[in-house]
Design a protein around this ligand. Structure first.
Ligand SMILES: [Ca+2]
Ligand SMILES: [Ca+2]
Length: 129
């Protein structure tokens, strides 16, 4: 099993099916020196006796990435709840770490990233699906 770490948790009924999800944000170690850590977002359900992993997503950018915070909210008021993870990634062009905000959607079966924003105090790059 690959090393992993969770730094933050958010709880809410993301897909509005009446069952609360538990969302954790952290990283998974790829054990590859070139890739390093991948940001990892996990969605869990709780049963009477267990936490059950519904789905996880590892950020496959090819550079070290970690998420350290996660929040669940409908940020754009479209009646769908977004999962927002904050962390950082290694910008190999500038040889520095950049803040990274990633917005995900979860419909009960598919976890997708919708938007990612990389930022430094002097520059901003936004990628939208
Ligand atoms: Ca739910
Ligand atoms: Ca929304």
């Amino acid at each position: 099993m690959l090393e992993s770490n969770a730094f933050d948790v958010a709880i809410g009924d993301v897909d509005k099916d009446g069952v609360v999800e538990i969302v954790t944000a952290g990283y998974q170690n790829t054990t590859s020196p070139e890739i390093g850590l991948k940001g990892q977002l996990c969605i869990w359900n709780i049963t009477e006796s267990n936490f059950v992993l519904e789905q996880s997503m590892e950020w496959a950018s090819g550079v070290p990435t970690e998420w350290h915070g996660v929040s669940i909210v409908d940020v754009d008021n479209d009646d769908k709840i977004e999962i927002i993870a904050a962390g950082y990634t290694n910008d190999t062009r500038l040889n520095q770490y950049d803040a990274m905000l990633t917005i995900f959607s979860w419909n009960g079966s598919v976890l997708e990233w919708e938007k990612v924003i990389f930022g430094t105090p002097s520059a901003e790059l936004t990628l939208t699906r």
